[in-house]
Design a protein around this ligand. Structure first.
Ligand SMILES: [Zn+2]
Length: 509
């Protein structure tokens, strides 16, 4: 018999509809699989036949042809195991599933019939959100993801046997309806350190508050042990909560990134991501791609923070590759099979020592670097990259005595309230535009929304000239000043805002 089973394959972040067409005919037993399968799919026949045997069914003994359609799309991974198993079972007449055409199947099978979670289920569920009659059949480990898309119908199972039992029973009690994101409670992540425990670094905290308020990129420069990394790690605690849309976007990327064979239950990403790749990170691990076209750290940081500690230690070409997402908010990876576009809108944070030995800014210790070495070290960060970092701040060494008064600083929750208020102002400002934050404004709008008086503007122009800021640097200055004005609830940028913003371009403009 001929049977068509609906399924999905991933292409980057997109879920593409695929039909698994199975024809089991009388004749010389054999198995043919056509339609551009990759090795994982080709190997699935063995897994599937074994899994079917584990539930006491036999599907061999037929001349079986399987076609994966559309034929021009390369099908990868093991998510087609379940649709293939169901296809074999129904086309050989072993089981009958009422209303088979309503179901969409994805899931990996183990030899003994366990149904293992697969990646990209959120993308599939989002595609199905307009098909109200359709029922998604998934492994139990993917339920949390599918539940994020309100209103979709799904059935889940732990094993192939359970799945077959549910589908042949055809009882509507087995079908669940997703409740959507609202059913999840966002808890404060207690692994994020609180600013109240960071003492004596008021200047750095203020700079990070501004960065968070306007989604500005930032760079912390200071001696080893000055607390740069600790301050950066506190950042997620002062960023505004993600919107439902942002949760979907970010979770979708993380779902596509999960590694094959990972049988843990996938949890939605409810808090803004903070990604801190090591400086030995390769191009592929940072911006994505590779043979499986997986997203990189820059995409996993979407709607959150990408923090690069020891910035000059990163491979320069890897850093340069970050310029595209920093400008465009996405990364495109080209392959023979087409171009995959990964969202990658993140706040970039970075930290570095001022010189190779690390102590050129430390009043208590001697810098042992030769001027030439110091210059080379700074030059590892290209001008265009530095140009894109709105807030550059030096982190002074903290007096050890200050650490004794732990828990006396302003708490992250208090700072977050101000950040959120500034974001509300920005949302109102950009309600008819595509920008989400001050950092994203185009030059034209940066000038418009700064709303400077002629005297303030001439102050800004003169200061920029004195600091030899590039045109880009000048507009970045205005954007930071705009955020500072937003934090105090002012409609126009004044000289005080500009003076503070100027201090954050200490390294280069
Ligand atoms: Zn030094």
């Amino acid at each position: 018999m001929f049977r068509r089973i609906r399924s999905y394959c991933l292409f980057g972040i997109k879920a593409v509809s695929v039909s698994v067409e199975v024809d089991a005919a009388q004749g010389l037993p054999g198995f043919t699989l056509v339609g551009l399968p990759d090795n994982a799919v080709r190997e699935s026949r063995e897994r599937v036949v074994s899994a079917i045997r584990s539930i006491g069914k036999v599907v061999t003994g037929f001349r079986t042809t399987v076609n994966l359609s559309p034929a021009d799309l390369r099908k990868e991974g093991s998510a087609l195991d379940l649709p293939l198993a169901i296809g074999l079972l129904v086309s050989t007449g072993e089981i009958e599933i009422p209303q088979l055409e309503r179901y969409v199947f994805v899931g990996e099978l183990s030899l003994d019939g366990l149904l293992k979670p697969v990646r990209g289920v959120l993308s599939i569920a989002m595609n199905l959100s307009t098909e109200r009659k359709c029922i998604l059949v998934i492994p139990r480990g993917n339920v949390q993801e599918a539940s994020l898309v309100e209103g979709i119908h799904f059935v889940c199972a732990d094993t192939l046997g359970e799945c077959v039992e549910i589908l042949t029973r055809n009882s509507c009690q087995d079908v669940k309806v997703a409740k959507g994101i609202a059913s999840y409670r966002v808890d404060v992540d207690d692994k994020v350190p609180d600013f109240k425990n960071v003492v004596g670094m008021d200047g750095v905290k203020r700079a990070l508050e501004i960065a968070a308020a306007g989604a500005h990129n930032f760079l912390l420069v200071g001696s080893p042990g000055a607390g740069k990394t600790l301050c950066a790690k506190c950042l997620p605690g002062i960023l505004p909560e993600m919107t439902e849309q942002e949760i979907l976007e970010t979770t979708r990327i993380h779902s596509c990134a999960r590694s094959a064979g990972d049988s843990d239950e996938f949890k939605p990403v409810l808090a803004r991501p903070f990604r801190s790749p090591h400086h030995s990170a390769s191009m592929v691990s940072l911006v994505g791609g590779g043979t499986r076209l997986l997203p990189g750290e820059a995409s996993l940081a979407h709607n959150g923070v990408l923090f690069l500690d020891e910035l000059p230690e990163f491979n320069r070409s890897v850093l340069e590759a970050l310029r595209e997402p920093m400008e465009e908010g996405e990364i495109s990876v080209s392959r023979a099979s087409g171009t995959v576009v990964w969202p990658a809108r993140f706040m970039m944070g970075a930290a570095m020592n001022p010189c190779p030995c690390g102590y050129s800014m430390d009043p208590k210790r001697e810098c042992t670097c030769l001027p030439e070495a110091r210059k080379r070290y700074r030059e590892k960060i290209s001008g265009p990259l530095l140009d894109r970092i709105d807030i550059q701040v030096s982190v002074p060494p903290v007096d050890a005595a200050m650490f004794a008064i732990k828990g006396r600083g302003e708490s992250s929750a208090d700072i977050r309230r101000r950040v959120c208020a500034a974001r509300v102002i920005q949302r109102e400002r950009f309600r008819n535009l595509t920008f989400k934050s001050n950092a994203e404004m185009s030059s034209e709008y940066a000038r418009k929304f700064a709303a400077m008086t002629p005297a303030v503007e001439s102050f800004a122009v003169n200061a920029a000239a004195k600091m030899e800021l590039s045109a880009r640097g000048y507009f970045r200055l205005l954007k930071v000043a705009r955020t500072i004005a937003d934090l105090r609830g002012a409609s126009a940028v004044d000289i005080m805002d500009l003076s503070e913003a100027l201090r954050y371009r200490a390294f280069r403009g």
